[in-house]
Design a protein. Structure first.
Length: 401
């Protein structure tokens, strides 16, 4: 259940009707002095008629002057395809959807805590997109996810990668300070890496203190690792390897994101709002600020996507209950309130993770006078269900709080 406030507007309708005086076969509406009553007399164009007119008018993208030409996944496809998921048609051009704003989805899906859970649970996005290991490299300006734990056999910290519930040591070169035995830098290695890329990664580390160098790899990976390192450093030699500990203690995770990460939440919330309240096109002047924030690399000084909601979105969690084992879901919601509208996004709700609820301020305007709310639960399949979907999206009933 989804506890958001919703209230009927019968009061305003009644007050407007009381001002109508019957004169023969016609009705007359007297002038209204109250701003709330003036707002209550607005009539919205029926959705079917609006879409018919849209077909005759050349609509432009929300974020540029190009004509619309794509359908937007409200929840980025990188998090899986959900049956009955809300979509947003006829708002974006293909370039903004796939490229200009696509980098926001990339950083959200690969660099933040959402990228970790996506890798941990083995969530797969579009098949035509290249698979990126977020522990190996960052995306769209964000850094790679770092996970370190103490290895008792090696007597130092080691880097690990985690996928589908399993942790293994990261294939990487580690630079360890001689005096403190502290790992200063790790350079992840992959079979597609060139010697020039390896040297460039080393130069970016800017190591100035004496270090020992350690290589972590599986035996079968030495076939491509040794030639790679020797081409980068011809004088490099390799000692006999030793097995690391087979017990990995709880790692410490480090995430480094940019403003694109926060803009991704703003885009997600804004597009969900438009998908649920179809009387808004998104081109209204009250949404100019959120559109600019989503489209441009500007800071979030107004806190559009940095507010964290404390009240749970799901009534079961609000009542102190915990989701069952294996239960994984996202919740996206939107509210219209007197004076403005907001959206809420909560990613990867599980039985053992209290994921934050991000609240995005979409608009502030006195034109918003009603109380309305909508929400969807994106629930992953609990088993390997072969229906072509990662899960199912369900509209949530709204409860007052």
């Amino acid at each position: 259940m989804f506890p958001l406030v919703s209230r009927r507007t019968d009061e305003l309708k009644q007050s407007a009707c009381e001002r109508c005086h019957h004169r023969g076969s016609s009705h007359r509406v007297e002038p209204m002095d109250c701003a709330a009553e003036r707002n209550s007399m607005k009539y919205y164009m029926p959705e079917t008629l609006r879409r018919q007119l849209d077909g005759r008018v050349k609509l432009t993208c929300l974020y540029c002057a190009n004509p619309v030409g794509s359908t937007e996944h409200v929840l980025p496809a990188a998090f899986g395809c959900f049956r009955n998921a809300p979509m947003l048609p006829d708002r974006l051009c293909s370039n903004c959807n796939n490229n200009r704003l696509g980098v926001l989805d990339e950083q959200l899906a690969r660099c933040g805590v959402e990228g970790f859970f996506r890798k941990y649970y083995g969530v797969v996005g579009r098949k035509e997109h290249d698979s990126v290991n977020p522990f190996m490299r960052g995306s769209a300006g964000g850094k790679r996810i770092e996970a370190r734990t103490f290895d008792r056999v090696a007597g130092r910290e080691v880097s690990v990668e985690i996928g589908r519930g399993q942790a293994t040591q990261l294939c990487a070169i580690s630079f360890i300070e001689k005096e403190s035995r502290k790992v200063l830098h790790d350079i992840p290695l992959n079979p597609k890496m060139t010697p020039e890329e390896l040297r460039a990664a080393y130069d970016r580390c800017q190591i100035t203190t004496p270090c020992d160098v350690a290589l972590a790899s599986h035996p079968h990976e030495r076939e491509w690792i040794e030639p790679l390192i020797q081409q980068a450093w011809p004088n490099a030699t390799f000692s006999e390897g030793t097995l690391m500990s087979n017990v990995i203690e709880r790692p410490v995770l480090k995430f480094q994101v940019t403003e694109r990460y926060h803009r991704a939440f703003a885009k997600l919330g804004f597009h969900y709002f438009l998908s649920q309240f179809s009387r808004f096109t998104g081109r209204e002047g009250c949404f100019a600020d959120i559109r600019q924030f989503i489209a441009e690399d500007i800071d979030d000084s107004q806190g559009r996507a940095s507010t964290e909601r404390k009240t749970p979105l799901l009534s079961t969690i609000a009542n102190g209950l915990t989701p069952p084992d294996g239960w994984r879901a996202h919740v996206i919601a939107a509210e219209i309130r007197p004076g403005g509208c907001v959206a809420h996004v909560q990613m990867f709700i599980t039985c053992d993770w209290k994921s934050p609820i991000r609240t995005i301020v979409l608009a502030r305007s006195e034109a918003f006078t009603s109380l309305e709310a909508a929400g969807h639960l994106f629930l992953y399949h609990s088993d390997e269900k072969e229906d072509g979907y990662a899960g199912e999206a369900k509209a949530l009933p709204v409860m007052p709080i």
